[in-house]
Design a binder for this molecule. Sequence first.
Ligand SMILES: Cc1cc2nc3c(=O)[nH]c(=O)nc-3n(C[C@H](O)[C@H](O)[C@H](O)COP(=O)(O)OP(=O)(O)OC[C@H]3O[C@@H](n4cnc5c(N)ncnc54)[C@H](O)[C@@H]3O)c2cc1C
Length: 308
Amino acid sequence: MIQLLMSGTSETPPFDVIIIGGSYSGLSAALALGRARRNVLVIDASDPCNARVPHSHNLLTHDGVPPRVLRSMARADVAKYPTVQFYDGRAEELGGTNGSFAVRTAEGLTHRGRKLLLALGVRDELPPIKGLAECWGISAAACPFCHGYEVRDQRLVVIGNTPETIHYAKLIHNWSDRLAVCTNGPSEQNVEHLSALQQEGITVVETPISEVLHDQGQVKALVFADGSRYDADALFLRSTTTIAEAFTAILGLERTVLGLLKVDHMQQTNVAGVFASGDCTTPMRSLTTAMATGTMAGASITHALMNT
Ligand SMILES: Cc1cc2nc3c(=O)[nH]c(=O)nc-3n(C[C@H](O)[C@H](O)[C@H](O)COP(=O)(O)OP(=O)(O)OC[C@H]3O[C@@H](n4cnc5c(N)ncnc54)[C@H](O)[C@@H]3O)c2cc1C
């Protein structure tokens, strides 16, 4: 049975660990910590990055399972351990130092924990193209290992205009020869690199995109500023990712050059007692990576609790 903290509770006894973010990574850490008989509070706003994805792929033993099913199975696994409690809501404020952290939820409850794990995930920001957001997670994605096979040999479009776009287009080419690269405005790419793509049969379109035509998130075509259109079955693009600035600034957490939370090989941040795992710590976004780093964080925190 899933345990929920009773609403109306103001202060609770200190937990060994408070985990903010109870998705794949946070729950993996909670599983390790629950099995280590640690008192854990998992605070989760239930808004994972893959919420709109119909089926997750590239996850051994659960390939093709809907994310909501995975999350509910994961939560049921963790809920078997009586020392783990769940709070369904948003953590709004936090503070404190190693051995005594405080987290205030949206309802104004304050919870205390000796250690803190941030498994917050990231936010995906997309180019402001009409219709694109509706397709994200359904027929538009970033990772071809997750979503390429299902659209193999179909009409694919890469949207991008960064130095990485050429390499990305070559990667997507593994899944289909029917590929176009749309730079959404004059290309900023090396001309030789662009012509190399074209020699491989990849169409390059530089006209700005005015709209993604879709049916309930399933892309049908791109419409360009000159009125022309390109029929498509799936889109691939890199989103811009951001993490919760307020939290990390308060704690004084260091970032990587990519803006992610900086952790060592034990998922420890630069601040004593604060750990981080999952998408907020790595650009290699996948369920297996989120779970693996969460499991590592759980073990690492268990060791840290022995010393303080
Ligand atoms: C469109 C898309 C498709 C994908 N498809 C696949 C796939 O098929 N296969 C695959 O392996 N990977 C896939 N991924 C990647 C995978 O979903 C992520 O790597 C994984 O979800 C990361 O897990 P996480 O626990 O780090 O973060 P998330 O799953 O994003 O969860 C973060 C959690 O933290 C919570 N949270 C954040 N801030 C707070 C707060 N202040 N208070 C309380 N809770 C908070 C959120 O509500 C959320 O529940 C996909 C990603 C996207 C965007």
